[in-house]
Design a protein around this ligand. Structure first.
Ligand code: M6R
Length: 616
């Protein structure tokens, strides 16, 4: 949540910072602001409410220029969406500016102390507390580094902070506390960058150093010095990030979400690349550092995740249990640690996250660590916190940057990652013969092409259905077994980008309550591929039709029965039953996208949401 960017070097800082914020706007878009410094012009602060475009318009009227600066895009936590609450925030002297991503949990106590000292506040934010604390500490110590260090030592919660002082115009000080905010430091030639997420700086450098919990960095144009908050020196070489900045741009697509939906065949090809040998019936997950002996010992897996990634966890349960015969429990990461889980020995935690920065998922990994349980992470963002702390190694999705707030390509990639993990576990545990593995792999290699077929065959139909149903106020999504999570995911996609109330339900449970909702205005999406539960789904479709519901069915090509019962049928190609979710979800993504478009909603940046949820 919230995006932060900093720059120091020969370029025009305003351009670098605003360009970086554009790439981070998915992290929050309640307001945006920058602070740029130049010796003659001094500190130039520009802030504005709403999208970054408002700040850009403001900068056109009142430009800011210099070679050092910082910027912030806000997802409001403390204080309303107003210009006065927009970052950067200043101390009383006006010489120190601060931006923050995260939450200062003890800010009321700290603010109380500052008020007692006569400090006047202008905003309702927790970040202004940090600015004043750094300001007061600076006037005692005469050093920005010392002032930030002293201040961070008094904060509780999780934050990433960047500070600047006009009396030390050649440096930015960044610090990180807890898991709530990543800090990536980009190393250039005679220039340095700071960002909460890599897409902001990948145009300039791919050499990145990540700050860890309780670390502080003094960043000058020539380099960075990292220390712990306690003052111990830290030596850390940059890692080279392979992502292509072009992939983080919209190209010819109208929205990132649309681009990412259509990128799925490519993403699914990339996740398989170098990881499977169909002829030999082998899966190579080199990034997974657990060996066969460790995988054989696993008795229970806890899949933990949030939102769409949690839906991927629900599918992973079916896949891993079927392939490897290991019990899988699925938990909301936000609930996991608070239920004081009994993990037991020979357990494995499986964290699933696109961003690798979701604070609840990171906390679940931490819970596992304290109980001595190893954590494997299925994660997309290279070098993210989840990837770095996973002790079984991160299993990267290689889906490329996902910018649209509604997750699409990361979701289908997560499903394939779970499948690969299931096959790898099966190989180690001997639950499948090599011939069976070969058959599964054959289905996998055909999958990207089948996703491309679904995109091709259903795109226009989804637009027509969106035209027909975009005025609906409610929608019901029904599925069973492995496609029940897809009913949840279809409903979530519709909710989050079109603001239509939608519910996902196990179709067999409908008669125990939700059936009361059905009338002739209600679109009911029924996911009914030809699998072991198909006949039951047919009965459920009949039950919906008997009450007048408008059925949109997702059916397997060649099915001649379901289309006679449903009002509309979208076809997907046949595949292995365990892989149907990868295909059935695609039309639901397209449908949600086109409904949102017709309702004039902001598809890539839906209201109240942010891409990386780094607060509790
Ligand atoms: O980055 P993560 O995968 O950990 O994010 C988890 C959820 O916040 C995320 O999936 C969210 O539900 C999306 N907006 C869904 O489209």
């Amino acid at each position: 949540m919230c995006g932060i960017v900093g720059y120091i070097g020969p370029r025009e800082a305003t351009e670098v910072v605003v360009g970086g914020l554009q790439r981070l706007e998915y992290r929050g878009y309640d307001s945006a602001g920058i602070a740029i410094f130049a010796p003659g012009a001094g500190l130039q602060l520009r802030r504005s409410v709403g999208k970054l475009s408002n700040l850009v318009a403001r900068l056109r009227e009142t430009p800011a220029s210099g070679n050092i600066g910082m910027g912030h895009t806000r997802w409001a936590t403390h204080g309303g969406v107003t210009e006065v609450n927009a970052h950067p925030h200043r101390d009383t002297s006006g010489e120190i500016v601060v931006i923050q991503n995260g939450i200062v949990e003890n800010y009321l106590e700290l603010k109380g102390r500052l008020l007692e000292q006569g400090v006047q506040f202008h905003s309702q934010t927790d970040t202004e507390v940090i600015a004043h604390m750094v300001g007061l500490a600076y006037h005692q110590t005469g050093s920005l580094e010392a002032a930030v260090r002293q201040t961070m030592g008094q904060l509780r919660g999780g934050n990433a902070v960047v500070a600047f002082c006009v009396r030390e115009p050649g440096r930015l000080v960044a610090a990180r506390l807890g898991n709530a905010g990543g800090v990536a430091i980009g190393v250039g030639e005679g220039e340095m960058f700071i960002a909460s997420d890599m897409p902001a700086i990948l145009d300039y450098t791919r050499d990145i150093i990540f700050l860890e919990d309780r670390e502080l960095a003094v960043v000058t144009a020539d380099g960075v010095q990292i220390t712990t908050l306690a003052g111990a020196a830290v030596q850390r070489a940059p890692i080279s990030v392979p992502w292509d900045p072009v992939a983080a741009a919209k190209g010819d697509y109208k929205h990132f979400m649309q681009k990412e939906i259509f990128e799925q065949p490519r993403a699914l090809t990339d996740i398989l690349r170098g990881r499977i040998d169909v002829e030999r019936g082998e899966v190579y997950l080199d990034d997974l550092t657990l060996d066969d002996a460790a995988l054989r010992k696993v008795e229970r897996i806890y899949a933990v995740a949030c939102g769409t990634a949690w839906h991927a966890g629900l599918v992973a349960k079916f896949v891993i249990e079927q392939l490897a015969r290991v019990r899988v429990e699925v938990d909301y990461a936000s609930e996991f640690r608070y239920r004081n889980p009994v993990l037991g020995k020979d357990a494995l935690l499986l964290a699933i996250s696109q961003s690798g920065e979701t604070v609840d998922t990171l906390a679940a990994m931490e819970e596992a660590r304290t109980q001595g349980v190893p954590a494997v992470a299925i994660v997309n963002a290279i070098g993210s916190q989840a990837a770095r702390v996973a002790d079984g190694g991160p299993l990267y999705l290689h889906a490329g940057p996902e910018i649209g707030v509604a997750s699409t390509k990361a979701f289908t990639s997560m499903l394939v990652a779970a499948y690969l993990l299931g096959l790898r576990l099966a190989a180690a545990r001997g639950t499948l013969t090599q011939a069976q593995v070969r058959e599964h792999l054959q289905h996998l290699v055909e999958l990207p092409g089948k996703v491309a077929e679904v995109l091709e065959s259903s795109a226009q139909q989804c637009e027509q259905l969106a035209e027909r149903f975009h005025h609906a106020t409610n929608a019901l999504y029904l599925g069973r077994q492995i496609n029940y999570p897809i009913a949840l995911e279809g409903a979530l996609k519709l909710k989050e980008i079109s603001y239509i109330h939608a519910e996902g339900y196990p179709a067999g449970e409908m008669k125990h309550g939700p059936v009361a909702l059905i009338d002739d205005t209600l679109p009911v999406v029924c996911i009914a591929p030809q699998d072991g539960i198909y006949e039951k789904m047919l009965s459920n479709v009949e039950q919906v039709k008997a009450r007048g519901g408008q059925v949109i069915a997702i059916a397997t090509v060649g099915d001649t029965v379901l289309p006679t019962k449903a009002d509309h049928t979208i076809f997907i190609p046949a595949t292995s039953p365990l892989l149907t979710p990868v295909l059935t979800v695609v039309p639901l993504q397209l449908f949600a996208y086109h409904v949102a478009l017709r309702r004039g909603a902001d598809v890539d940046q839906p209201r109240n949401l942010a891409k990386s949820v780094t607060v509790e």
